[in-house]
Design a protein around this ligand. Structure first.
Ligand code: ADP
Length: 325
């Protein structure tokens, strides 16, 4: 009976080795798979159910290897397509930028060329107007003078716009008095306001630092545009040009922050048009050109100039009640 017991033990040991070894191999294979190693296959040394388990495992490893190869291939193809498309887009962008630069340079050159003879026409008309003229001739000469001035304004706008588009607009840095600038602009536009029966008020905080360094010409251009618009689009009431020092997103001149506001009691701007009016050649609605004239370039230029000065040009408005720029 001891011999039978011994043989039984040896048999049990042999049998557990035959069953357990393949199971351990499958476990080791699964660990390899979990670590991303799909090349390890388990040799088939047993039969029956264990053989089917090992065959299934080997088929799974083959499948995973295949899918990984396909995924890598697809990713490489995708990367190549993305790279090609990026190259194409960059080329297209460069072509578009070059075309835009050429267009801006052409515009700048043309408006410059046209401005020179236009100045001659204006100068001569001025001389003509200062000479004794019959009433009708004076009216004709005055019309030429006004049309010339309007045309020159348009050319100046186009010239500025193309300079900004071509990235060639540079600001000056010179000392000036901001209060005097405001007074000059108000004086310049007072008659236009008066002719429409409007009051043009100046509200410059007495505490502001008057002497600053910056581009007086460009700042004057922005303020004239804003006050000019306010007068143009207001039929009754008043236009106020207000200046104070403020930390709120404001104009930085010479390390100081100014807030320049132009408030009117005019026709206002509909809420959904507030952003669009800063786009070039955009007016609030088609009838604006017929009623008030203009090119729709003024605010686009002013916004860019103000941004070059490190600030923002914004407008608050309510249709029918007035605007504040
Ligand atoms: P322009 O005055 O030459 O038409 P702008 O760029 O200066 O061009 O103005 C664009 C448009 O914005 C104007 O046509 C007008 O519709 C609107 N707008 C500008 N300022 C005012 C204002 N103060 N009140 C009402 N509408 C305004």
């Amino acid at each position: 009976s001891a011999l039978v017991g011994l043989i039984g033990c040896v048999f049990a040991f042999w049998l557990s080795g035959r069953i357990l070894r393949p199971v351990y191999e499958v476990l080791a294979g699964l660990k390899n798979v979990a670590e991303g190693n799909f090349s390890h296959k388990i040799p088939v040394t047993v039969g029956g159910e264990l053989r089917r388990l090992i065959d299934g495992f080997n088929v799974m490893v083959d499948g995973l290897r295949h899918y990984r190869r396909e995924t890598v291939r697809a990713r490489e193809a995708l990367e190549q397509r993305v790279n090609e498309r990026t190259r194409e887009l960059l080329n297209e962008k460069e072509r578009a930028e070059a075309a835009n630069r050429t267009k801006s340079e052409f515009l700048a050159r043309m408006s410059h060329e046209i401005r020179t003879p236009m100045n001659g026409v204006r100068g001569m008309t001025e001389l003509l107007l200062s000479s004794p003229l019959a009433e009708t001739d004076r009216r004709y000469a005055q019309t030429i003078q006004d049309s010339g001035a309007a045309l020159l304004n348009i050319f100046n706008d186009i010239l500025d716009f193309s300079k900004i588009e071509a990235g060639r607009m540079e600001l000056e840095h010179e000392p000036f008095c901001i209060r005097k600038l405001a007074e000059d602009v108000a004086g310049m536009l007072a008659t236009t306001a008066q002719n429409k029966g409007l009051e043009l008020a100046l509200d410059v905080d007495p505490k502001i630092h008057n002497e600053v360094n910056g581009d007086i010409g460009r700042l004057r251009q922005v303020i004239i545009n804003l006050v000019g618009n306010a007068i143009k689009f207001t039929e009754h009431g008043e236009v106020v040009l207000r200046i104070n020092e403020s930390e709120d997103p404001a104009l930085r001149i010479d390390h100081r922050r100014f807030r320049i506001e132009v408030q009117d009691t005019g026709i206002g701007i509909a809420n959904d048009k507030l952003d669009a009016i800063f786009d070039s050649f955009i007016q609030e609605d088609g009838s604006t050109t017929r009623r008030f004239g203009g090119t729709g370039l003024g605010l686009a230029i002013s916004r860019q100039l103000v941004e070059l000065m490190g600030a923002q040009l914004r407008v608050d408005s309510e249709a029918g009640k007035g605007s504040t720029c």
